[in-house]
Ligand binder design. Structure first.
Ligand SMILES: Cc1cc2nc3c(=O)[nH]c(=O)nc-3n(C[C@H](O)[C@H](O)[C@H](O)COP(=O)(O)OP(=O)(O)OC[C@H]3O[C@@H](n4cnc5c(N)ncnc54)[C@H](O)[C@@H]3O)c2cc1C
Length: 406
């Protein structure tokens, strides 16, 4: 469960409860690349020879092996050299096993990605993923996503708060009172946190999803002062968080501000977990939320082929596929550019007659010179369909008639 490698099994044939060959036969499917050596007595020679086939035994050593410098170590060295030659180190971080079309899996991936936590995604269709689920004794269908941590611990269908606790994010304030309390960890909140704390104010910032806000979901920001070749929103967020922490800002995430009351001279903010923090100055930098596409089928298929601003999380999974991006402003333009690196083809559905009214010129230029992006003006999605995941969208083309895209 810890994703550790085994280089070599050195197994005695005569053990209590099970024989060495039985152990090797069972270990083989789990560690197919490990070398296998059996220690045998003279009487076990036949069994050892049979095990060359049944347990893919590489070597059997007759006991006693004295002197080891002559009889044991050279054999082991040789086998270990062989193993090392083709060894690929396993991934050492968090692994997420889930169904690509499940909203809960998307939520876990999105939370980890937006908090800059590297993870390996294992689709349940893969044999490796199925095997892990069996080892974890979790029911494939009902108990996914399964999140496996490098220390061997696992969480089944976890909430963001459970994951946050496990990876060491802080959700509770250290003190009851701060000079400055900021609600929202987008660029505005982070900038305020840096300036406040750098002036010596005790500062706490509360963010309900992940520091970076909307900007954190951007694949490439090219018009931010000071970054001439652009940077990803994740990179911007990581730098801003590091800068804020350096000045001593406490960042609570995921944590949500639910209410505010004033008891002069204090402002008291109540949080989603029921706790309260008071402060002298309260700065609200909660930004905006995505406008939802209000058409039949959208809510049901959210997280199962329909996503809001999820280019950074989903693009890799769309290798060789058809992607439709709804919208014609800068976020849609960035998403189309990012998806075009992975998808077979990207179609932008734009309500207006062209991109010029809503999109920055630098993005229009990039889109025009990307051969696998098509812009369809005067088009809007009117329905989405699919049993368990998105299969079909219905597009109204106001310049022509109704079209169906599969
Ligand atoms: C995909 C995308 C690409 C973009 N690209 C660019 C670009 O290239 N250049 C550019 O200039 N701009 C870009 N923008 C716009 C830019 O990101 C926003 O203008 C900017 O993020 C606004 O910052 P903000 O801090 O005001 O709000 P937001 O970024 O919206 O942050 C608000 C934060 O407050 C949190 N919050 C809300 N309510 C609560 C609560 N009750 N408790 C706790 N936390 C709460 C939210 O979770 C959020 O993280 C892009 C936006 C998107 C979505």
């Amino acid at each position: 469960m810890r994703n550790e490698s085994v280089a070599l099994f050195l197994v005695d044939q005569r053990m209590p409860q099970m024989s060495g060959i039985e152990l090797l036969e069972q270990a083989m499917p789990m560690f197919p690349n490990a070398q296998r050596v059996l220690l045998t007595a003279y009487a076990d020679t036949d069994a050892a020879i049979r095990a060359i086939n049944s347990a893919r035994l590489q070597y059997y050593l007759l006991k006693p092996w004295d002197p080891p410098e002559e009889k044991l170590y050279p054999v082991l060295n040789d086998l270990l050299d062989d193993w090392l030659a083709s060894f690929r180190p396993p991934f050492e971080g968090i692994r997420v096993v889930g169904n690509r079309w499940s909203p809960q899996s998307h939520q876990v991936k999105d939370f980890l990605a937006r908090n800059q936590i590297p993870y390996q995604w294992l689709d349940i269709e893969l044999q490796e993923a199925k095997q892990l689920v069996t080892y974890a004794e979790s029911d494939c269908k009902a108990q996914l996503p399964l999140v496996l941590f490098p220390d061997g611990e696992r969480l089944v269908k976890p909430s963001n708060v459970q994951i946050a606790e496990k990876i060491g994010l802080r959700t509770q304030a250290e003190r009851p009172f701060y000079d400055l309390l900021i609600v929202g960890g987008g660029p505005a909140g982070l900038a305020a946190a840096v300036y406040g704390a750098s002036e010596g104010l005790s500062t706490v910032m509360i963010e309900r999803e992940a520091p970076g806000g909307q900007a954190g979901s951007s694949s490439r920001i090219e018009n931010y002062l000071g970054f001439p070749s652009g940077l990803s929103g994740g990179d911007l967020a990581r730098r801003a968080v590091a800068q804020a922490r350096r000045f001593g800002v406490e960042i609570l995430t995921p944590q949500e501000a639910k209410g505010v009351r004033i008891e002069d001279p204090y402002r008291i903010v109540s949080l989603a977990d029921g706790s309260e923090i008071s402060c002298h100055a309260l700065l609200i930098a909660t930004g905006v939320s995505y406008r939802k596409l209000d058409v039949p089928g959208m809510d049901r298929l959210y997280g199962a082929g329909v996503y809001y601003g999820a280019a950074m999380t989903e693009a890799i999974a769309c290798k060789g596929e058809e992607v439709y991006v709804v919208g014609g402003a800068n976020s849609a333009g960035q998403a189309a550019m990012h998806f075009s690196k992975y998808a077979e083809h990207v179609t932008m559905l734009v309500r207006g007659e062209s991109l010029t009214k809503s999109m920055s010129q630098y993005l229009i230029d990039q889109i025009e010179s990307t051969p696998n992006i098509t812009v369809r003006p005067c088009c809007s999605v009117v329905e989405v369909h699919g049993e368990t995941s998105l299969e079909k969208i219905v597009v109204a083309d106001s310049s022509r008639k109704l079209a169906v895209a599969r």
